[in-house]
Design a protein around this ligand. Structure first.
Ligand SMILES: Cc1cc2nc3c(=O)[nH]c(=O)nc-3n(C[C@H](O)[C@H](O)[C@H](O)COP(=O)(O)OP(=O)(O)OC[C@H]3O[C@@H](n4cnc5c(N)ncnc54)[C@H](O)[C@@H]3O)c2cc1C
Length: 232
C-alpha cells in the first residue's frame, strides 16, 4: 500500500438498516480522487497492535465536496465495525487509498451482471450510481442478496432505478445463509449460459462469492473474466 496516510474527519453516521451504517468522511489534508468500485483503508486506533487496518468500499461516486461515503455492517463482536459504530461527528480517523481493481471494464460492456450480498452491494451501488448519473448505464442486471428483509441495503433506491430505467433489472433475494444461492443460480444460468456475453462482477464474503464464480466458470467463463471483490 503505497498511498500516503492522511487524517479525515467524521462528517456523519446514519443508520441505513438496523445493522448497517453509512459513514461520511472528509479528508482533511488533500482530496482523494477514486474510481467507483475502489476502497480505502482505515487505520483504527484499537486492537492488540494498533492500528487495526480495515478496508471499506466507497459507496458514492466522487462529489464536489470531496466527502467519502462508506457503509459498514455491524459484525457481531467485530473490532473494526464496532469501533466505527462508536464514532461521532468531528472525530478524526487516519485513512489511505484509494486501492483496488474491482472497477467497471473498459471498453464498456454490453451487459453487466452485478451480484452482491449485503455490504458487498456497496461498490456495485457506487458503480451503478456513477453510470446512471452520467447517463451511460448499459444493460445491467443487479442480483442483490440480503440476510433478512429488513437488511436489504438500498432496496428502495434500486427499485426506483429499475422503474425509471428499462435497461436496469433489480433482482432482490433474501437468504440468511451466505451460500443460500437458490434462485440466483437459475438467473445466472439464464443470463450467462449458452455463450451469452455478460460481464460478471461479484462482491461479498467468500462463502457467498466463490461458489458463484465457480458456477460462472462451469458456464464457460475464464476465471479472470469473473471480477471478484471478497471482504474476508
Ligand atoms: C476490499 C475490501 C472492501 C471491503 N468493503 C467493505 C464495505 O464496504 N463494508 C463492510 O461492511 N465491510 C467491508 N469490508 C470488510 C471490512 O474490511 C471488515 O473486514 C469488516 O468490517 C469486519 O471487520 P471487523 O473487525 O468488524 O470484524 P472481524 O473481527 O474482523 O470479523 C470478521 C468476521 O465477520 C464476518 N463478516 C460479516 N460481515 C462481514 C463483512 N462485511 N466483511 C468482512 N467480514 C464480515 C466474516 O465472516 C469474518 O469471519 C471490505 C473488505 C475488503 C477486503
Amino acid at each position: 500500500m503505497a498511498e500516503p496516510t492522511q487524517l479525515a474527519e467524521v462528517v456523519s453516521l446514519t443508520a441505513l438498516t438496523p445493522h448497517t451504517t453509512e459513514l461520511v468522511l472528509r479528508p482533511v489534508e488533500a482530496p482523494l480522487p477514486f474510481t467507483p468500485g475502489q476502497w480505502i483503508s482505515l487505520q483504527l486506533p484499537i486492537g492488540d497492535h494498533p492500528p487495526l487496518n480495515r478496508a471499506y468500499s466507497l459507496a458514492e461516486p466522487p462529489t464536489s465536496t470531496g466527502h467519502l461515503t462508506l457503509v459498514f455492517d455491524h459484525v457481531p463482536g467485530g473490532k473494526g465495525s464496532g469501533y466505527l459504530s462508536s464514532l461521532k461527528p468531528g472525530d478524526g480517523i487516519p485513512l489511505s487509498g484509494p486501492y483496488g481493481h474491482f472497477v467497471l471494464p473498459e471498453p464498456k460492456t454490453q451487459h453487466l451482471l452485478l451480484i452482491g450480498r449485503y455490504s458487498g452491494l456497496v461498490p456495485l451501488r457506487c458503480m451503478v450510481r456513477a453510470l446512471a448519473e452520467q447517463d451511460t448505464l448499459p444493460s445491467t442486471t443487479l442480483i442483490a442478496h440480503a440476510p433478512t428483509i429488513s437488511e436489504q441495503l438500498y432496496h428502495e433506491e434500486f427499485t426506483a432505478l429499475a422503474a425509471s430505467h428499462s435497461n436496469f433489472k433489480y433482482l432482490p433475494f433474501v437468504s440468511e445463509a451466505p451460500d443460500g444461492h437458490a434462485g440466483t443460480v437459475e438467473v445466472i444460468k439464464q443470463l450467462a449460459g449458452n455463450g451469452r456475453r455478460v460481464t460478471p462482477m461479484i462482491a461479498g464474503i467468500k462463502s457467498f462469492a466463490r461458489p458463484l464464480r465457480s458456477l460462472l466458470m462451469e458456464l464457460g467463463f475464464d476465471r479472470r473474466e469473473v471480477k471478484l471483490e471478497t471482504y474476508d
